[in-house]
Structures are given as structure tokens and as C-alpha cells.
Design a protein around this ligand. Structure first.
Ligand SMILES: Nc1ncnc2c1ncn2[C@@H]1O[C@H](COP(=O)(O)OP(=O)(O)O)[C@@H](O)[C@H]1O
Ligand SMILES: [Mg+2]
Length: 394
């Protein structure tokens, strides 16, 4: 009889985890619910410079998630690499992690998703009308086969039966309506920042919304006789997207809620930094711009319910982030008689100031100079709100 107090040499040896298990563990961090799959797939399409992204969902994403784009596509020889963990076309080497300008870079999303679903990848890189299809469920087989299929230039990823092989995770999912609401929110959040892309969202064969991409050539300001500066021009573009996406009372043209344009130039900060970093400042953008939506008791807004629906979105170099310090700074700008403030703010910062490799879902980010940046933002927001309140007073 073996002594139970002694370590069991059989089970205590260190073993390598099988690849499927490794990918499933990664999926635990990246694929937290159907909406997180949708987010990763849309980010891939944006990185592939798509101009049209179509998202088709069944059963709140628990049946099927399909994202089709007209981006650059994946070379036949790279199809298998695309679904291999830690394989990415986006960062060449570790040093490059400093200046990432794509939304993806970890090379995890497709492999992690495939580990917990039945995944079909179809892609074509040219206008021949021919693409390749790769199917996998859980993990790649030894010799995965690429099937030639009819496909226009671009990529289609279909994810079926999410968590079919991880019943515990499937049990954690909420109702179809709840999961779809999360998906809808994710698509809208990405559509706000990628305003040049046309987005379509379908659920169960019904189109939920479609938003035309607004390119600089195609955008016609309503009052074309007004000399639209570059700055108010992009505000107008953002507002036109928000008008489609916001719940009714928050339409930018509604009399209920006012919106204010914000533009904060931070080039002064890059000049300070340049003295130490030696970067040509002409090529470096450093600014914060966007829309503020103050809620005020003075304007008779019924605020408790309204506050809950307010958009509060922060993007850093096109990436939606959750940053408590930025959110706190904005909250501190809200004083009586304001009851709350919504915002969609774009932080465009030199990539050398950012470290995006902080969290697998890439929603946390490290920003150098943040205190200085926020000091400028706070001054500008407060000045905007003061002017607005002065106008409100009878
Ligand atoms: N929609 C797409 N269009 C073109 N290439 C894609 C698309 N989706 C994925 N890829 C390719 O597959 C690779 C792996 O994707 P992913 O697992 O999301 O990792 P990451 O985006 O971090 O590189 C990408 O680097 C890219 O080369
Ligand atoms: Mg990706």
C-alpha cells in the first residue's frame, strides 16, 4: 500500500497541457460571451481595412455568429496560421508591442474561439471569385484541409454552437435577448469609432440596423454653405452616427438633450516629450475630441432614467477602453446644476505613450502622461460646461 502522505510521483510530475486545453483556457479570458466573439471578429475585419461589415446572429449568438467583411482577406498559406494560437500578422517582434496601431495583436482570438465552438473560416485575397474554406471544431486536425469555395474578396468567419464542448460555460449564458443586447451594444460601440465602415446587424434573419460608412468624399454636410472646419466636420460625422445609434431621447437633434463639441489639442505635451524622446513632432498627433452630452436639472430633464441610458464611451487610438481614471476625471467635471454627463471621446495619442498589452480582452491600457492629459481635458470640459450653463440661465 502506498503512503497517502507521500506525494504521488505519478500525478505530481509536470506535464505539458494538451493544446486543446491550452486554447480553452485562453478562451476563458477572450471569449467570455457571444458578444466578445463578435467584438474580436469585427476588430479583425477593421484591421483588415474592410469598408463593409455584415454581422449575422441567431439565438443571441448562441446558435450562430457570422461576420463577413470585404477586407484584404487571408492568403491560402496563412489560413491555418490564422487559427493557430499566438500567430498574428500584426506584430513582427516583441519590441513592436510598444507602438501597436491595430486593434488585434495577441493572435489569440480565432484559436480561442475555435477551441470552444465549431468554426468556419472562408477567405479570398483577390477578385478571382475563388476562396478557401477551413473548418474546425475544438482544435485543428493533423492535416487540416482547405476546400476551394466560391467567395468574393474578403473574409467570413462563422461560429456555431458556442461552448458546445464546455457545458459549464454554456450554462452561464443569459437569455437570448440579453446576449443579443450585449452584441448590439458591441457593434454600436465599434461603429461609432469606425465611421468609415458600413455596418449591418441581423438577428434571426431580420435586419436590426444598417449604417452607411461615411467617407470624407461621400459626406455632405447638411448646410453646405457653412464653412465647415475640419474639426466640426468630424464632429458632424460622429453625431450623424450617434443619431442612428442612440436611444430616442438622446438623439443629437432632440431638444431634450444638448450636445457639445469638444476639441483638446495636446501637441504641447508631445513637444515636452520630444525633448527626451527625439521624435519629430509634426507627425505626432496628440488630441482629445468628441461629444459631451450634459444633463441638467435646469433644462427640465427627467434625469434618473436618462442617466442610466447615457452613453459614456472612451476610445484611445480607436480602441474602446475602460479606464477608471479617465471616467473619474469626467465625473469630477459634473457639478450642480448638472446631474450627469454622457460622452463619446476619442483620445488620439502617440503610440509610444501607450501600452495596450495589459489585458487579454485589450480593454485596459496603460497611458504615459495620463495625469497631464487629464488636466488639459478637465479644463476644456469645464470651460465648455460653464459656457453652456451660462446660456441655459434665463
Ligand atoms: N477578417 C479578417 N481579415 C483578414 N485577416 C484576418 C481576419 N481575421 C483574422 N485574420 C488574420 O488572422 C490572424 C489571427 O487573428 P486573431 O486570432 O484575431 O489574432 P490577432 O487579431 O490578434 O492577430 C490575424 O493576425 C490576421 O492575419
Ligand atoms: Mg484579432
Amino acid at each position: 500500500m502506498s503512503d497517502p502522505t507521500l506525494p504521488n510521483t505519478q500525478t505530481n510530475r509536470i506535464k505539458k497541457l494538451p493544446p486543446l486545453l491550452i486554447n480553452q483556457l485562453a478562451a476563458g479570458e477572450v471569449v467570455t460571451r457571444p458578444a466578445s466573439v463578435v467584438k474580436e471578429l469585427i476588430e479583425n475585419a477593421i484591421d483588415a481595412t474592410a469598408t463593409h461589415i455584415e454581422v449575422r446572429i441567431t439565438q443571441g449568438g448562441m446558435g450562430m455568429i457570422e461576420v463577413r467583411d470585404d477586407g484584404c482577406g487571408i492568403e491560402a498559406d496563412d489560413m491555418v496560421m490564422a487559427v493557430t494560437r499566438y500567430a498574428t500578422s500584426k506584430v513582427a517582434d516583441v519590441a513592436n508591442l510598444q507602438g501597436i496601431c491595430t486593434l488585434g495583436f495577441r493572435g489569440e482570438a480565432l484559436a480561442a474561439t475555435a477551441a470552444v465552438s465549431r468554426l468556419t473560416l472562408i477567405s479570398s485575397t483577390d477578385d478571382s471569385g475563388i476562396g478557401r474554406q477551413l473548418e474546425l471544431a475544438g482544435i485543428l486536425t493533423e492535416n487540416p484541409t482547405l476546400t476551394p469555395v466560391v467567395h468574393p474578396k474578403g473574409t467570413l468567419v462563422r461560429v456555431q454552437d458556442l461552448y458546445f464542448n464546455v457545458p459549464a460555460r454554456r450554462g452561464n449564458l443569459k437569455s437570448i435577448a440579453t446576449e443579443f443586447a450585449h452584441i448590439e451594444a458591441v457593434v454600436k460601440q465599434l461603429a461609432l469609432v469606425a465611421s468609415h465602415v458600413t455596418f449591418e446587424l441581423w438577428h434571426g434573419g431580420k435586419r436590426r440596423f444598417m449604417m452607411e460608412g461615411v467617407t470624407n468624399q461621400r459626406y455632405q454636410p447638411e448646410h453646405s454653405q457653412i464653412n465647415v472646419t475640419h474639426s466640426s466636420y468630424r464632429h458632424a460625422k460622429l453625431l450623424s452616427r450617434m443619431a442612428v445609434l442612440l436611444p430616442q431621447p438622446f438623439m443629437p437633434d432632440s431638444s431634450e438633450v444638448s450636445w457639445l463639441e469638444l476639441s483638446v489639442d495636446l501637441t504641447g505635451l508631445t513637444e515636452q516629450n520630444n525633448q527626451t524622446e527625439q521624435i519629430a513632432s509634426a507627425s505626432v498627433t496628440a488630441e482629445v475630441w468628441g461629444i459631451l452630452m450634459p444633463l441638467s436639472d435646469l433644462s427640465g430633464q427627467n434625469n434618473r432614467q436618462d442617466s442610466k441610458n447615457l452613453l459614456k464611451l472612451i476610445y484611445v487610438n480607436g480602441r474602446l477602453v475602460q479606464d477608471r481614471r479617465i471616467a473619474n476625471c469626467l465625473r469630477h467635471c459634473v457639478n450642480e446644476p448638472l446631474s450627469d454627463m454622457g460622452y463619446v471621446l476619442m483620445f488620439n495619442l502617440p503610440s509610444s505613450w501607450l501600452n495596450v498589452n495589459v489585458h487579454p480582452s485589450k480593454q485596459s491600457i496603460k497611458i504615459a502622461n495620463l495625469m497631464n492629459i487629464l488636466a488639459h481635458v478637465q479644463l476644456a470640459v469645464q470651460a465648455k460646461l460653464d459656457t453652456w450653463q451660462a446660456q441655459l440661465k434665463p
